[in-house]
Design a protein around this ligand. Structure first.
Ligand code: CU
Length: 96
């Protein structure tokens, strides 16, 4: 086994042991962007870790910089979690 494969396997096993650190990325479309306060309205697919069906809803964002470069209508993939009881986008990326 190559060094890289060993590293990849170790990483995968580590994530498996810590599921709370590896929420699944969910596909969505940006419906509205609000900057004051920072909010993101997303038409999203089902979010397994929040036991949420597909819907359009407003999220907080963990980091205001996440809104930089975003546009209404843009397809995204994101992670969401409940932070202090509020549904928050914790990670954001372009679709793979
Ligand atoms: Cu929702």
């Amino acid at each position: 086994m190559s060094f890289f494969k060993t590293l990849t396997l170790a990483f995968a096993l580590g994530l498996g042991a810590l599921p709370a650190l590896a929420e699944p990325f969910v596909k969505g479309v940006v419906e509205e962007i609000t900057t004051d306060p920072q909010r993101l309205t997303i038409a999203h697919e089902a979010i397994p870790n929040l036991e949420m069906e597909a819907m359009t809803m407003v999220f907080r964002v963990a980091d205001p910089a996440m809104l930089d470069g975003l546009a209404v209508g843009q397809e995204i993939e994101f992670e969401a979690d409940r932070i202090n009881g509020r549904l928050t986008v914790t990670a954001l990326r372009a679709p793979s």
